[in-house]
Design a binder for this molecule. Structure first.
Ligand code: PBG
Length: 326
C-alpha cells in the first residue's frame, strides 16, 4: 500500500485557505449591465422572456441607472427601441434619437456612470437586419456610412464608449476615423469582434424588437462552428483600432474567449447574452437549479476563460451577492 505525498485536498480543508488560493475572483467592477430604452414617458414594459428586465422610457431608465450604480455596477450598455424605424437605420443617427436622449438624461444626473452605446442598425430598420439592404442582402459598405454617423452622434450625446455589434467588415476602421475627425479621439471602441450567428439571442430580439423580417444573420455574423475565423476577426478589429475586443455569446464560446485572450493579450469582453440569462432563470424558476449559485458559477467561468469585462443581465444581482447584500 502506498499513500500519496502530494495531496491536493490539503488546500481545500480550510475556508480561509480556500479563499487565499482562489484563482478567479469576480468583482462588480467587471460587470456591464445592458438596458433597453424606448420612447414615451412612464413606460415600463416587462420583457417576458427576460424576467426582471424592462423596456424603459428615458426618465425611468435614469431611475434604473441610479439603482444599478448604487449596487456598485458602474457601467451600462444601451440599446434603443425607436418610435419609428426606416430602411437604412438613419433614425439611429438623429440628434434626438432615443439613445442620444437617454445618454444626455443619464449624464445630467449620473455623470460617473460609464455609458457604453451599442452601435447597430437592427433595432432601427423596418426589416430588422443590421444594415442597408441591397439585392436582398445587407450591403457592407453603405452600412459602414450609417454606422459611422450613428457612432459620432452617440459620442456627441456623451457616450463614453462605442460598441459596434453589426459585424460588417471594416467598421472599426471607419468608425475610428470618423470619431477622430470629429474630435472624439479619446472615446474607445469596444468591438463585438467574434459575434456568432446564435440562437441565444432569441429573448433579446423580443426585448429590442429587432428580429429580422426575412432570412437570418448568417451572411454577416459568424458560424458557431468556427474559432480560427474568430482569431482573424479579432486581429482585423485590433488592426483597425479596436481598444477592447468582444466574444459573444459567452457560455458556449468559452474556448474562443480563452484563445482570444491568449493570442492577443488585449482587454477582452464577453457578452453573457439574453438566452443564457433566460435559460438560467427558467430552470431556477422550476426549482431545477439553484439560480444564484449557478449564476455565480457561470460568471466565474467566463472570467476564468479570460474575460476582463462581462456584459450581463445578472450584473446587479451578482454585484449584490458579491457585496454581501443577499
Ligand atoms: C444587435 C445585437 C444583438 C445582441 C446585442 N446586439 C442581437 C442580434 O445580433 O440579433 C444580442 C444580445 C443578447 O442576446 O443579449 N446587433
Amino acid at each position: 500500500m502506498t499513500f500519496p505525498v502530494t495531496r491536493l485536498r490539503r488546500l481545500r480543508y480550510n475556508s480561509v485557505l480556500r479563499q487565499m488560493v482562489t484563482e478567479t475572483k469576480l468583482s462588480a467592477d467587471d460587470f456591464v449591465m445592458p438596458l433597453f430604452v424606448c420612447s414615451g414617458t412612464n413606460v415600463k414594459n416587462h420583457i417576458n422572456s427576460m424576467p426582471g428586465n424592462y423596456q424603459l422610457s428615458v426618465e425611468l431608465l435614469v431611475e434604473e441607472c441610479k439603482t444599478i450604480y448604487a449596487a456598485g455596477v458602474k457601467s451600462v450598455l444601451l440599446f434603443g427601441i425607436p418610435a419609428h424605424k426606416d430602411e437604412d437605420g438613419s433614425v439611429a443617427c438623429e440628434h434626438n434619437g432615443i439613445v442620444q436622449q437617454a445618454i444626455r438624461a443619464i449624464k445630467k444626473e449620473l455623470k460617473d456612470l460609464y455609458v457604453i452605446a451599442d452601435v447597430c442598425n437592427c433595432e432601427y430598420t423596418t426589416h430588422g437586419h443590421c444594415g442597408t439592404i441591397i439585392d436582398g442582402d445587407v450591403d457592407n459598405d453603405s452600412t459602414l456610412i450609417t454606422l459611422a454617423k450613428q457612432s459620432v452622434s452617440l459620442a456627441e450625446a456623451g457616450a463614453d464608449m462605442i460598441a459596434p455589434s453589426d459585424m460588417m467588415d471594416g467598421r472599426v476602421g471607419v468608425i475610428r476615423a470618423q470619431l477622430d475627425a470629429n474630435g472624439f479621439e479619446k472615446i474607445p471602441i469596444m468591438a463585438y469582434s467574434a459575434k456568432y450567428a446564435s440562437g441565444f439571442y432569441g429573448p433579446f430580439r423580443e426585448a429590442a424588437e429587432s428580429a429580422p423580417k426575412f432570412g437570418n444573420r448568417a451572411t454577416y455574423q459568424m458560424n458557431p462552428a468556427n474559432s480560427n475565423e474568430a482569431i482573424r476577426e479579432v486581429a482585423q478589429d485590433i488592426a483597425e483600432g479596436a481598444d477592447i475586443v468582444m466574444v459573444k455569446p459567452a457560455l458556449s464560446y468559452l474556448d474562443v474567449i480563452y484563445r482570444v485572450k491568449n493570442e492577443f493579450n488585449m482587454p477582452v469582453a464577453a457578452y453573457n447574452v439574453s438566452g443564457e440569462f433566460s435559460m438560467l432563470k427558467a430552470a431556477a424558476e422550476k426549482g431545477w437549479i439553484d439560480g444564484p449559485r449557478v449564476m455565480m458559477e457561470i460568471l466565474t467561468s467566463i472570467k476564468r476563460a479570460g474575460a476582463d469585462i462581462i456584459i450581463t443581465y445578472h450584473a446587479v444581482e451578482a454585484a449584490n451577492i458579491l457585496n454581501g447584500k443577499y
